[in-house]
Design a protein around this ligand. Structure first.
Ligand code: TUI
Length: 313
């Protein structure tokens, strides 16, 4: 399964794992890379030295390429932007902002740069700044989201840039992956399905919550703050949405989110914690290894796209 994306990444398959905060650590990244995709370490809000350790630990588990996702709102973003150069990380993705001030240094270091974008405007800007590809992430994705749906964003980004586009947000199986290809993408980024993988270190309660999720369990909080976040409905989202309706202050709302993702991921507090997941959670019904997930995705996709010339560039 060769596209411009596999060429850029040096992977067997054009599948990238999402750089999910607290979830995308070295075990998951290494397992996805070992299975032929591109694993990512999600730097999120972690201190730079923690990210360095994660990179080194992943290297002990795999010789295959893996990347780092830099969350640009992090207080450590600047330091991590430098650290990835020192550690000779081959691929960077970025999220929650515009990485242009770092791009020249990354390109000079020979790093492949793949910003995650939620708009055509940012995709075009990233191409001008030398991005090797972009991830076009629609609002079906989990975590921090933009306004456009994947269905509408992906083809508009494909038309607007010449670099390859990786579709994200709502992709959970081969049907979703094939759909991304038909919209013009040359790869996919997948998050939620890997959260429930055997190699994912998230608490069993969190995995079970995703597996039990129904289509309507996905909600967006934080629209009033300008930082909308998609997660699964629970006591936390109920309290948050009520406070938003009541016009609560930013500080009061923040009180509900500080440490809440870590509590859900590590302690299994899926009631008052934040269970970030994409809208496709309702489709995900079983736990599998990363290798099984990737092989199933590829097999289903190839079956659906038989005869479509997208496969051979
Ligand atoms: O970044 C993500 N997903 C994330 S980041 C995160 S941590 C966080 N939690 C709460 C609030 C904020 C961050 C959890 N999940 N996905 C990629 C993504 N990037 N989605 C949306 C964007 C985005 C949004 C606006 C990228 C750029 C942007 O504007 C930049 C500009 O200056 O135009």
């Amino acid at each position: 399964m060769k596209t411009r994306v596999t060429e850029i990444l040096g992977t067997q398959y054009p599948i990238i794992q999402g750089g999910m905060a607290w979830v995308a650590e070295h075990h998951l990244a290494a397992a996805v890379s070992e299975a032929g995709g591109l694993g990512l370490i999600g730097a999120a809000n972690a201190p730079a030295e923690v990210v360095r350790e994660e990179i080194r630990k992943a290297r002990e588990l795999t010789n295959k390429p893996f990347g780092v996702n830099i969350m640009l709102l992090s207080p450590s973003a600047e330091e991590i932007a430098q650290l990835v150069i020192e550690e000779k990380v081959p691929v960077i993705t970025t999220g929650a902002g515009n990485p242009e001030k770092y791009m020249a240094a990354w390109k000079d270091a020979g790093i492949k740069v793949i910003p995650v974008v939620a708009s055509v405007a940012l995709a075009k800007r990233m191409e001008r700044y030398g991005a090797d590809a972009v991830v076009a992430e629609g609002c079906e994705a989990g975590g921090h989201i933009g306004e456009q749906t994947t269905m509408t964003l992906v083809p508009q980004v494909v038309d607007a840039v010449n670099i390859p586009v990786i579709g994200a947000g709502g992709v959970g199986d081969g049907r979703g992956m094939a759909a991304m290809f038909l919209l013009g993408a040359e790869g996919v980024q997948i998050g939620t399905r890997f959260v429930v993988s055997d190699e994912s270190i998230v608490h069993d309660n969190y995995k079970d919550r995703i597996i039990k999720a129904k289509d309507i369990d996905s909600v967006v909080t934080g629209r009033s703050t300008g930082h909308p976040v998609r997660s699964l409905r629970n006591q936390n989202t109920k309290d948050y949405l009520q406070k938003e309706k009541d016009g609560a202050s930013f500080e009061e709302l923040e009180g509900l989110t500080v440490g809440s993702l870590r509590r859900a991921v590590q302690e299994g507090d899926i009631k008052t914690g934040t269970v970030m997941a994409g809208q496709i959670a309702g489709l995900i019904k079983k736990r599998q290894s990363c290798k099984e997930i990737i092989e199933e995705l590829v097999q289903e996709t190839q079956e659906l796209l038989k005869g479509a010339e997208k496969w051979e560039k």
